[in-house]
Design a protein around this ligand. Structure first.
Ligand code: SF4
Length: 467
């Protein structure tokens, strides 16, 4: 998962910077902005948005068209060389920022190399850019994107900044619309300005009004003072349910659904019958679900775990070692709320089990009498190949069943959300959701060899990063 933006705005670099700050939770590994007036200007780097642009004069990124990116790596083994947007001089000058994961990028890479295209990184984003650039040599942007979509598989919500005809931003989503992407507009004295962003919070902070989501398989072209919509591929929606559970900000609206409302309902939907004294959320993502759960069950809600805000999200850290260390440093306990209590501990999910086990251990250390673990997400039993870093099945604690899950994380009991409860909370037909990590039904073409390759590759990349 990453965050992307693309916009036409008289203050493009400033608006891009502020929007990237709003979606920083989608990736903390690297950030970048590419702008265009009559020339391209690019600034990328490793770290948080504020670190990358610290002391950097934003007015040096000239122009009124821009794309930007915050990165969280799910492919690629070089954290220092793969910050986005990627840029090619030819044809026309074009840059691309991508959120998702191409499942056939290794095959495509071989094809591109056979055409003597030079690829400098191990990133699937560079592959996507080169496939599009290759098509653009033969045709117009619409036909080129259609050609690209016919070749690439997997998930891709992306933005392209294209120098052709004075410049334009192209925003598009794969035919399943797996990762989110919304469009907004703003009335100014110079006419309308437009922005595409991974989440609606990026529009809110810059004064844009949400128009709607980019449709699955759709291409949206943002030009100076205008916007065009072209349906390139037949939509086959399969929106990622994990965006609602964990990834997106609660103040975002995705596919017309408030993430806050969904999380509240996730809490309400959990069937629970143990006697407990208090409900404690794992901050921050689980607060809303814990509140819904506590109110539904007439239980007191207390903040028993306090988070150090200056340590990043543990789940999106690129390796287990970083995640484990960060959990220890990130959370501290309010002893009075925990000691001697039977606790219902609500977390958004149990992925590898490491974080959950450490949380339970921490609460017991501070005197908790019982810890009943509640996951607002159903058991995660299958890998994700679409841009969430859980592509290695053996790492998932529930991949072989949840028979001894209590023992594995050290809790007195574990209660999971059901898939039905999750679908009901999102309020969308089940057929329009990707639930593959919960039920193994992948919405895209995914050959066994591709899936195995992706898992093996990710393990190797982590080893190359010594993580
Ligand atoms: S497999 Fe799971 S995490 Fe991945 S896109 Fe589908 S629902 Fe989201």
């Amino acid at each position: 998962m990453c965050g992307i933006i693309g916009l036409y705005d008289k203050e493009a670099s400033w608006a891009a910077y502020r929007s990237l700050l709003a979606i920083q939770h989608r990736g903390q590994n690297a950030a970048g902005i590419l702008t265009l007036n009559s020339k391209f200007y690019l600034k990328t780097g490793n770290g948080l948005v504020t670190e990358v642009f610290n002391g950097f004069p934003l007015d040096g990124l000239k122009g009124d068209l821009a794309i930007g990116h915050v990165r969280y790596p799910t492919s690629g083994d070089n954290p220092l060389g793969e910050s986005q947007p990627f840029f090619l001089q030819y044809p026309h000058g074009l840059g691309l920022a991508h959120n998702g994961n191409l499942t056939n990028y290794l095959e495509l890479k071989r094809e591109l190399r056979a055409k003597e295209r030079t690829l400098q990184t191990t990133s699937d984003t560079e592959v996507l850019l080169n496939v599009f650039a290759d098509e653009l040599l033969k045709s117009d942007p619409i036909t080129s994107l259609e050609g690209t979509m016919n070749k690439v598989e997997g998930s891709y919500s992306s933005v392209i900044l294209l120098g052709q005809d004075g410049g334009k931003v192209i925003a598009f989503r794969d035919p399943h619309g797996i990762r989110p992407l919304v469009i907004g507009e703003k009335d100014t004295e110079n006419g309308k300005e437009y922005m595409a962003c991974s989440e609606s919070v990026g529009l809110d902070v810059t004064g844009y009004e949400l128009i709607r989501d980019v449709r699955p398989g759709e291409m949206v072209t943002i030009k100076r003072g205008g916007i065009e919509f072209d349906q390139i591929m037949e939509p086959k929606p399969a929106h990622c349910c994990f965006e609602y559970v964990y990834i997106s900000r609660p103040d975002s609206i995705i596919e017309g659904k408030s993430v806050y409302d969904v999380r509240f309902k996730l809490g309400e939907n959990i069937d629970f019958s143990k006697d407990v004294d208090v409900v404690i959320p794992v901050p921050d993502t689980s607060r809303t679900a814990a509140l819904g759960f506590a109110l539904k069950n007439n239980l007191p809600y207390r903040e028993g775990l306090i988070k150090n805000r200056y340590i990043g999200r543990t789940f999106i850290m690129p390796c287990q070692k970083y995640r484990e260390e960060a959990v220890i440093e990130k959370l501290n306990v309010i002893r009075k709320e925990v000691s001697g209590k039977r606790i219902a501990l609500v977390d958004d999910s149990i992925v590898r089990g490491t974080t959950s086990r450490r949380l339970v251990t921490l609460l017991r250390k501070y005197g908790a009498k019982e810890v009943h673990f509640i996951s607002s997400c159903p058991p995660i039993t299958n890998p994700c190949y679409y841009g969430i870093d859980m592509s290695v099945k053996d790492e998932l604690v529930a991949s072989k069943g949840i028979g001894d899950i209590e023992g594995k994380i050290g809790a007195d009991s574990v209660t999971y959300q059901t898939i039905e409860g999750l679908v009901r909370a999102i309020g969308m037909p089940r057929s329009k959701l990707c639930l593959a990590c919960l039920n193994g039904e992948y919405p895209t073409n995914l050959s066994c060899s591709n899936a195995e390759c992706l898992s093996r590759n990710r393990e190797l990349e982590r080893r190359n990063m010594k993580i």
